[in-house]
Design a protein around this ligand. Structure first.
Ligand code: ZN
Length: 188
């Protein structure tokens, strides 16, 4: 950030009076430009025991598989965001259920939140941000081609919980930055 979006003046990066951390702020008009984490919201859409996955057609992680997920928009609820992302990426209508996984990613200022979901019919198609879309059984999940650790962990929890009695407690985890070359384990 270089210029104040309020008045166009040069911007400062320092601790404002009465605050406790550096911020972008304007000493001309006094506005503090707060920056806060973004929420990524997604769904685990299920149809007849299989999970709907999308192959990403956009960076980052183009060509890798993901659950439908994306940045929450202003003016929507988390559940609406999960349903919207499923529609945009996979042209599928999902009945969004309970919150399931929550991941803190403080190194990139993101929080991921995935909801359980049932597809209302088995219909899906390739959405604008996807190169391919499909339903996968547990045996068919492309574990070494998943886009993000949040996806692999959510799927792993899901299959564990389904196998041990269909009880899906909320899972909260922190994800730390990679300090080495990515490998298959990173998907999990
Ligand atoms: Zn200003």
């Amino acid at each position: 950030m270089k210029y104040c979006s309020q008045c166009g003046h040069d911007i400062q990066f320092s601790i404002p009076d009465g605050d406790n951390r550096p911020r972008y702020w304007c000493d001309q008009c006094g506005v503090i430009h707060y920056q806060n984490p973004k929420i990524v919201v997604g769904a685990v859409p299920v149809w007849e025991g299989r999970i709907l996955l999308c192959k990403r057609a956009i960076e980052p992680r183009i060509g890798y598989w993901t659950l439908p997920a994306g940045y929450m928009e202003n003016g929507e609820t988390l559940q609406e965001g999960a349903a919207r992302e499923t529609w945009e990426e996979a042209c599928a209508t999902v009945a969004v259920g309970d919150l399931y996984t929550v991941f803190n990613l403080p190194h990139i200022n993101q929080v991921y939140m995935f909801f359980l979901g049932e597809m209302v019919n088995g219909e899906y198609a390739v959405g604008d941000e996807s190169a391919d879309v499909g339903l996968f059984s547990e045996e068919e999940i492309p574990w070494d081609e998943l886009a993000f650790p949040t996806i692999g962990r959510t799927l792993k929890f899901f299959f564990q919980d389904r196998a041990s009695g269909n009880d899906y407690p909320i899972r909260t985890q922190d994800i730390a930055p990679l300090k080495r070359k990515p490998s298959l384990d990173d998907a999990l």
